[in-house]
Ligand binder design. Structure first.
Ligand code: GLU
Length: 297
């Protein structure tokens, strides 16, 4: 059975780009007769704010995007992330890292296109022995990293076609749990998608570069890889990526039915006379013409 999800981080309001991804995921799930779950990705409690969560929830409802079941919050799932990390550590896929950001900065550690350090594996042991137990995770004062596979990770994105990413060059051994105890998004998302039985992931193009890491983690944990579709980013008329705050403001200040019409237009749904119609009418029409593999131009 199709099971999709929308997984916003409540560190800001919903913007047109996230509305496009949410609408595409919602339509895919409805057309497939499946479920569309809502997970609040507040694993980084410092960055996330409850008022953003409430506004995201009310914005989804305002746009007619009703999710199935209870809202799941990452902030209440720490134990699950710990269990998966223990498994990775004892199978030799994870190791302790004592490098600080300032150390990496001082040594002019290279960065990738997203500005992240490509970790030069300074703390990686020659050989990682399996069968080790991770000491009490809560007390650790260092980070834990995943030993990235040197082979390219191959996967298919349903909208963008075959992808090949060499994680060891794009990111190096990436962080699973930070020094401050916070689990990395990459780790939490893989655990949650598996435990929630997610079969299809529809999300913004900005996450495409992180997908190969998630697939490496899934393999190491013995999880199936879901189907991926990354929606193109929403740009302003000059082709620049929309600024999150300006776009969020615009979404808030514009009637929901117009926002939804804009989102559906970006998804190549021709609403004809239904542009600006009540959201449920637009969604009902969009559901009647939407094909799960519809290619977005
Ligand atoms: N939490 C991420 C965001 O709001 C989305 C992650 C995902 O869909 O995998 O950008």
């Amino acid at each position: 059975m199709y099971r999709g999800r929308f997984a916003p981080t409540p560190s800001g309001d919903l913007h047109l780009g996230s509305l496009v991804a949410a609408t595409a995921g919602f339509l895919d799930a409805r057309v497939s007769g499946g479920q569309w779950l809502l997970r609040i990705e507040d694993v980084d409690v410092q960055r996330c704010k409850p008022h953003f969560e409430s506004s995201i929830l009310s914005d989804l409802e305002r746009h007619g995007l009703h999710w199935d079941g209870e809202v799941v919050r990452q902030s209440s799932r720490t134990k699950l992330y710990e269990d998966a990390l223990k498994k990775l550590y004892s199978s030799g896929h994870a190791y302790s890292c004592f490098c600080s950001r300032s150390k990496l900065e001082k040594m002019h550690c290279p960065r990738n296109a997203e500005g992240e350090f490509v970790y030069p594996a300074l703390c990686r042991p020659e050989r990682i022995e399996g069968g080790r137990d991770l000491p009490d995770i809560g007390t650790l004062k260092h980070s834990l990293r995943f030993r990235a596979d040197v082979l390219p990770t191959l996967f298919n994105d349903e909208w963008h076609g075959p992808q090949s990413v060499r994680v060891s060059e794009e990111a190096g051994d990436f962080v699973l749990r930070r020094t401050d105890g916070c689990f990395a998004y990459t780790h939490a998302v893989v655990v949650d998608d598996f435990l929630q039985g997610i079969t299809h992931i529809v999300r913004g193009m900005d996450i495409l570069p992180l997908t190969a890491r998630q697939i490496q983690l899934q393999k190491a944990l013995g999880f199936d890889t879901p189907v991926y579709r990354h929606c193109r980013l929403v740009c302003d008329p000059d082709g620049q990526k929309l600024s999150k705050s300006a776009s969020a403001r615009a979404l808030r200040e514009t009637p929901a039915q117009l926002n939804l019409s804009n989102a559906l237009k970006l998804l190549d749904v021709d609403l004809g006379e239904l542009v600006g119609a009540p959201v449920l009418e637009q969604l009902s029409y969009a559901t009647s013409v939407w094909r799960p593999k519809m290619k977005i131009s």
